[in-house]
Design a protein around this ligand. Structure first.
Ligand code: SAH
Length: 215
């Protein structure tokens, strides 16, 4: 259940994110709308609107709001665009993308998380296309995408994801093999070549390999 208290906390969170450099008005509005408390266990309620990531079971991490806002801002997505998200996790980032009026396709590698989000998001009024599968492969049947957002730490840039970008499309992906990843934005040009920009270091849970014992 949402409440005025939660709404107030979200407003404060958005203000905090602004002091940390988030500028995009659409992203700010989305952060103020998505009920982050609904994505976490009630025992962690008090942390719901603090700017922190935390683990909430089954290897699941709900990303830090700043990271969600930062990645979303990097996407420069406009209403109606087709966006592929890799790593549905809690579904929080997915919901932020939905609030921006995007057509969202999201892939999760862990069955338990996929099952949970599949029930939760419709209850919150969001209807993205959710898939259980391997993000390294992208979602070729629904390609090309205007934007692709990876929310787990990728050891390298998966070729399949670049191939599924439409010309002019962008891939936002944290890349790095260790604990720390570099946030990259890769734009695919009309001629198929790419341009890469870097936006500093972040920490994500690792992108799981195709065959993993964790599943
Ligand atoms: N966007 C999420 C972040 C979750 S953490 C949120 O807002 O809560 C990253 C998620 O990526 C985890 O749920 C993890 O299971 C998932 N993941 C890891 N490797 C993956 C892969 N190869 N394909 C798809 N999802 C993957």
């Amino acid at each position: 259940m949402d409440s005025y208290r939660y709404m107030g906390l979200r407003k404060q969170l958005a203000e905090l994110l602004a002091t940390k450099g988030i500028k995009d008005a659409g992203v700010m509005a989305a952060i103020q709308k998505v009920p982050r408390h609904a994505f976490i266990d009630t025992q962690f309620d008090q942390y719901a609107y603090q700017d922190m990531a935390f683990k909430i079971g089954a290897g699941q991490t709900i990303s830090q709001p700043f990271t969600v806002a930062f990645q979303t801002e990097l996407l420069q997505a406009t209403k109606g665009m087709k966006v592929l998200e890799i790593g549905t996790g809690s579904g929080y980032q997915t919901s932020v993308l939905m609030e921006l009026g995007l057509k969202v396709f999201s892939v999760e590698r862990q069955r338990m998380l996929y099952d949970r989000v599949k029930v939760l998001l419709p209850k919150l009024g969001y209807a993205p296309k959710l898939f259980f599968g391997d993000g390294f492969a992208g979602k070729p049947a629904f390609a090309p995408f205007d934007r692709i957002l990876v929310t787990c730490g990728a050891p390298f840039v998966p070729e399949a994801l670049l191939e599924q970008l439409r010309p002019g499309g962008m891939l936002v992906i944290p890349v790095g093999e260790g604990d720390v990843q570099e946030m990259l934005r890769i734009t695919r040009r009309e001629d198929g070549s790419t341009q890469t920009e870097s936006f500093g270091e972040f920490r994500f849970v690792p992108m799981l390999p195709e065959r993993s014992n964790d599943i």
